[in-house]
Design a protein around this ligand. Structure first.
Ligand code: NAI
Length: 476
């Protein structure tokens, strides 16, 4: 007799595991199918984010920032350190320990919420009166489970260049680039997006000479133009060599090097030689081998599962969330959708305002934004006003030695409603939360301008930028 559950979630990344927990909180019987194994062969929850994405990359970003500070910036504080050494093995072990803590934490949450972890690969095999049938193939064979409701949360995988196999030695994707066993002298990165900039920053801080090749003519095209311009300036100052508008023609590898032939933005042939290459050109949804046709589902031309605004697919009682559906490939967007779908299954009426989902790039300075850019709003014909305030005029930013960047707010000319907030600064990932709350509550820029902000803190720049919308910043 098959096991039956109210909800079966396929995938235990941030979308899937949050969906499972929320459904369990609402009294459902829940199973979550997850097949992930770490390099030692141990089954792991948490998906890409916890195992080879957000969490380990932030651990390495922190370690590499410490190294850079000790090596180059402590002198400003009157602290002299000599004989600074890098123990890459220990740095990677710390990163793995952080990952282990987080994935064990999800295991604990599964036990606490009585969620059954089905270790294996899930594949739809049909539908009966009892529900949707899913075959789970694991180390000990295949079992079939029956689900009243299914949430597909299978995430995404790195997109690779055609004919350039990723061996995670010379040519790496996000996974291999988190585990280089030594600092490459010369590192090439194809794709100057989120992963390219974050991992390029990690290895640059640790001593690599980093060159990024970006196909699009504009750097960070999704950001507000003023932020992208400032970011380009800051990254250049740090030593990241970024080439936009390039066309990669051929990648040749040897046992210990890589050579990339490309055409630069002016149409000239060029070659980039390096010890290692990171390919970070976007991600593709994991929708292969799911047996979607067994339940009457199909993917769109780009491999995504079509869903409505509440993540319902065209098949009854089957939902899809996170990187396998439209919208940004962001862990917190997947989490929001996971909680929403669990509540929909419970008969509630939750909604997500996708315009209020923040974006963050964890470089230094960090880049974060929510809402629309100035360019997007002008293209829509909105009449807007903007306010900008530099970190340089903030006492806390000066005190901690992080005076680079600014906050920019955009509001409607007539109603003053906050339409976008764009930040490039240290800790932008935390600062943006205030703008997210404001936008979710339909606040005006004046609302932020009138709220008391602690002094001295970076958050004062949020208030000053809001005041600047009305041309009355106080400290500028
Ligand atoms: P991305 O979409 O951020 O950047 C990929 C870049 O590669 C783009 O700028 C694109 O124009 C460029 N590109 C594409 N094909 C190319 C080619 N043949 N030659 C040169 N350049 C090319 O994707 P990325 O960095 O791979 O990240 C994947 C996903 O993971 C993103 O959706 C991102 O949002 C998510 N992510 C989010 C993080 C965060 O929230 N901080 C951290 C890491 C990843």
């Amino acid at each position: 007799m098959s096991k039956e559950f109210d909800v079966v979630v396929i995938g235990a990344g941030p979308g899937g595991y949050i969906a499972a927990i929320r459904a369990a909180q609402l009294g459902k019987s829940v199973a979550c199918i997850e097949n992930w194994k770490n390099p030692a062969g141990n089954p792991k929850l948490g998906g890409t984010c916890l195992n080879v994405g957000c969490i380990p990359s932030k651990a390495l970003l922190a370690s590499s920032e410490e190294f850079e500070n000790v090596s180059h910036h402590l002198g400003d504080h009157g602290i002299t350190v000599s004989d600074v050494k890098l123990d890459i093995t220990r740095m990677l072990a710390r990163k793995e320990a952080v990952v282990e803590k987080m994935t064990k934490g999800v295991e604990f949450l599964f036990r606490k919420n009585k969620i059954v972890w089905l270790k294996g690969q899930g594949k739809f095999s049909g539908r009966s009166d009892a529900g949707v049938q899913i075959d789970v193939s694991g180390d000990t064979g295949t079992e079939t489970v029956i689900a009243k409701n299914v949430i597909i949360a299978t995430g995404s995988k790195a997109r690779h260049l055609p004919n350039i196999p990723v061996d995670n030695k010379i040519v790496s994707d996000n996974e291999g680039a988190l585990s280089f066993d030594s600092v490459p002298k010369k590192l090439a990165v194809i794709g100057a997006g989120v992963i390219g900039l974050e991992l390029g920053s990690v290895w640059r801080r640790l001593g690599a000479d980093v060159t990024l090749l970006e196909a699009l003519p504009a750097f960070l095209g999704a950001c507000d133009e003023s932020i992208a311009k400032e970011a380009a300036k800051q990254f250049k100052k740090q030593g990241l060599d970024i080439h936009v508008g390039v066309k990669v023609n051929e990648v040749r590898t040897t046992d210990n090097s890589v050579s990339i032939a490309y055409t630069d933005r002016d149409g000239n042939a060029a070659t980039l030689d390096a010890d290692r290459l990171i390919v970070s050109i976007g991600r593709v949804p994991n929708t292969d081998n799911l047996g979607l046709d067994a339940v009457g589902l199909a993917v769109d031309a780009r491999g995504f599962i079509p869903v409505d605004e509440q993540c319902a697919t065209s098949a009854p009682n089957i939902y899809a969330i996170g990187d396998v559906v439209r919208g940004p490939m962001l862990a917190h967007k997947a989490e929001d959708e996971g909680a929403m779908v669990a509540e929909v299954i419970d008969g509630q009426k939750p909604l997500i305002d996708y315009n209020c989902i923040p974006w963050v790039i964890y470089t230094e300075p960090e880049i974060a934004w929510v809402g629309k850019t100035e360019h997007q709003l002008k293209a829509e014909g909105r009449e807007i006003k903007t306010g900008q305030f530099p970190m340089l005029a903030n006492g806390r930013a000066l005190g901690i030695g992080k005076p680079d960047g600014f906050v920019k707010m955009i509001a409607d000319v007539k109603t003053d409603e906050l339409l976008g907030c764009h930040i490039i600064s240290t800790n932008a990932s935390d600062l943006i939360a205030e703008a997210v709350v404001a936008m979710e509550f339909g606040a005006a820029s004046e609302d932020i301008a009138r709220i008391s902000h602690p002094h001295p803190s970076l958050s004062e720049v949020m208030r000053e930028a809001a005041l600047a919308v009305d041309k009355r910043a106080l400290n500028m």
